[in-house]
Ligand binder design. Sequence first.
Ligand code: FAD
Length: 368
Amino acid sequence: MSTPVVIVVGAGVVGCAIAAKLARRDCRVTVLDRLATGAEASSAAAGILGAGAECGRPGPLYDLCKHSMDLWSDFATSLRQRVGFGFGWETCGAIEIAKDNDTALALQAKGEQLAVADPGRAPRWHDARELRVRVPELADDIRGGLLHPGDGQVEPALLTKALAIDAVRCGARLQTGRVVRGLLVQHGRITGVACDGDTLPADVVVVATGAWSQTLFGGLRTRTLVRPQRGQLAEIEMQVPPMRPVLTWQGGYAVPRRDGRVVIGATSEDAGFDKRVTAGGLLHLLAMATSVVPALAGGDLRGHWAGLRPMAADGLPLLGPHPQVEGLFVATGHHRNGILLAPATAQLVAQSVLQAETSLDLSPFLPG
Ligand SMILES: Cc1cc2nc3c(=O)[nH]c(=O)nc-3n(C[C@H](O)[C@H](O)[C@H](O)COP(=O)(O)OP(=O)(O)OC[C@H]3O[C@@H](n4cnc5c(N)ncnc54)[C@H](O)[C@@H]3O)c2cc1C
């Protein structure tokens, strides 16, 4: 296929990254979203790039996260040059905090395992005293922490905006306020999508509709189900940034921006498509975060919001061609790591759309 007509459904970080990549390869790309660019999970996210801290267990997800981390530097540098503004990308490191002795032992074992599996990215264990030298703001009862020096952060809403701008500058058409109601399939081949009121033809359709993906699959078989998982976050503003690295702990994290804002998260709730923020959610976030960094209690509470993570039941994103429908591609189920995985997703899905060899084996992630 020379220059395919491609429809990407969903203008979150995943859809925009794929659209930008394909538009740069001369595909005729249209991105459709029922809302605005990055209106859902992609702007709700904290923006941790945590291959080590968030998914550092050997296996296909870790391999995909590592692959994406390796792409981040070039991805961010060239995107920033093309759009002319930054989106807070930095390799600030992340520390997994141990609040008790059992967690300290488990983290030390994890560090040793990763050092063997991936010596180039070996994390470093810090006992309580060493850790307090690095992060003096930590609570007195913290037992230690595992530093992943290669982890980082980005501002997800700005990143998604940059990707959308990049896609449009490369020739993609972006149509917001367009609800896609279904996929059009004839004789086992995709022919387009049905929107409210009309149909749009396409050679290739990429489903990147996050937590809403399952509704578009209709009767198609998929490897695993994708459902929403609510996450609540809050933002506290400090006069001075309280620490540099991202801090994570069992069930939570604090992401310090350079200007003194600290994003604290996150709940993991099975609440269907209900995106409400709750008093209990906020209470939980504040209690957890101030138990690790007590000084956060003195900051200004600036915001509290929620988003829906696209959670695949088997824990792996769905990436690549759908086996039942020629021309149908899937990029969803990124759960807690869709921001981290944006560069790899764009690369691998674009390669499979263009029928090129993929840079990483996609077989664990194939959608059907
Ligand atoms: C609280 C929270 C914290 C997070 N923190 C991090 C983090 O620190 N690091 C990290 O890597 N990841 C994080 N994530 C995960 C990350 O946000 C997601 O994995 C990622 O944003 C998914 O991107 P997406 O483009 O697939 O989905 P979305 O951003 O949800 O985009 C899907 C888009 O599809 C559109 N859509 C849906 N149905 C239709 C339809 N029928 N027609 C047209 N348009 C449609 C929606 O309007 C939406 O804009 C977090 C998520 C949450 C909720």
